[in-house]
Design a protein around this ligand. Structure first.
Ligand SMILES: NC(=O)c1ccc[n+]([C@@H]2O[C@H](COP(=O)([O-])OP(=O)(O)OC[C@H]3O[C@@H](n4cnc5c(N)ncnc54)[C@H](OP(=O)(O)O)[C@@H]3O)[C@@H](O)[C@H]2O)c1
Length: 311
């Protein structure tokens, strides 16, 4: 496209969307700044990093959790299909973040069965959180896309919040985090706030502008792990270092930190796959959907530090 000034990744992901049978580039439907009235939405894994942010943007959203408490919460467990029907009662759209990971061996079957149940119950839109460059996510994405509802797939790059709300937070607090060594690696960490804004837009766009689309969600620029550590250090007001782990040693390290061996193995395998440089180029998809640039890592780090994530 001669006059196309978008990032190469944005063009690539629009191509992925067309390949998936989607209409042309989605018009920005605007970020949700205030909770808004809309169709009833179920947020599955609604207390997680992205789910709770999606729910906060949608007035009256039903928060799926294994331990429901409060007016908006509903019992929901990916491993208990009997919880799915009641959670879907009266629901028109749902956000799906699979736990523990969309590449888990059972994920495609569970997501497919859930999506077919949703279709049978008249749910019109499913927004699936997937991962950028994750080969193991293809079957789960396909299962949701083929279930018979409208769908949008959000393929996110590494979350910035992995440093402040996930497995890395304790290491970051202690001043040093370890990840597998990949010479020259850069990653365009995406802010979970951006994922939630895009998900809210896809769940509520009145014209279904995001139906049948695959978005690749990244931050605005790629950073090395050393640069990420430097920005966290500056925001936190003390030094945080990145320590590369030797190839092959990472799963053992995670297990030694108390993760169940199967989860340690899954994460290690996943990281060696998605942190191999395949996801280095940022896309313009956050901006294309929201009409504003994706959030900078520095803004994320300052907000996380101000919220006490590393204190
Ligand atoms: N982290 C990344 O960098 C990254 C990048 C790309 C894609 N992803 C994808 O993101 C997805 C996870 O989304 P997330 O990070 O927003 O979630 P998350 O923070 O990992 O979600 C944790 C929530 O899952 C719930 N949960 C635990 N077991 C559950 C079960 N059996 N059934 C239902 N819910 C359960 C827990 O809520 P309750 O205790 O309240 O039930 C918990 O609050 C994964 O599929 C992963 O592949 C992650």
């Amino acid at each position: 496209m001669a006059n196309d000034t978008r990032a190469p990744g944005a063009r690539a992901s629009e191509a992925a969307a067309r390949e998936a049978g989607a209409p042309g580039p989605g018009a920005g439907s605007g970020a949700a700044e205030e909770p808004r009235a809309q169709a009833r939405v179920l947020v599955a894994s609604g207390t997680g990093k992205t789910g709770r942010r999606v729910a906060a943007r949608l007035a009256g959203a039903r928060i799926g959790t294994r331990n429901p408490a409060g007016r908006d919460a509903v019992a929901f467990d990916w491993s208990r299909p009997e919880s799915w029907g009641p959670a879907l009662d009266g629901v028109e759209a749902a956000y799906l973040a699979y736990y523990p990971d969309i590449t888990a061996p059972e994920a495609a079957d569970a997501l497919g069965a859930f999506a077919r149940l949703a279709a049978a119950r008249g749910v019109r839109r499913l927004v699936l959180l997937s991962g950028r460059g994750m080969e193991g996510a293809a079957a789960a994405e396909r299962a949701v896309r083929e279930a018979g509802t409208g769908w949008t797939v959000l393929r996110a790059s590494w979350f910035a919040q992995n440093f402040s709300e996930e497995f890395l937070v304790h290491e970051v607090r202690a001043g040093e985090f370890t990840l597998p060594a990949v010479p020259g690696l850069v990653e365009p960490f995406v802010d979970a706030e951006d994922i939630a804004d895009v998900a809210a837009a896809a769940l509520t766009a009145p014209d279904g502008a995001h139906a049948g689309r695959v978005y690749e969600l990244t931050g605005p620029r790629a950073l090395s792990l050393e640069e990420a550590a430097a920005r966290i250090s500056a925001a936190a007001g003390r030094e945080v270092r990145y320590r590369p782990s030797a190839p092959g040693a990472y799963a053992g390290l995670l297990a030694a930190q108390g993760l169940p061996p199967e989860v340690a193995g899954l994460l290690s395998e996943l990281f060696s796959q998605v942190l191999d440089g395949r996801n280095a180029a940022p896309t313009g998809d956050v901006e294309a959907v929201l009409g504003r640039p994706a959030r900078e890592f520095t803004a994320y780090a300052r907000a996380a530090a101000a919220a006490g994530a590393w204190s």
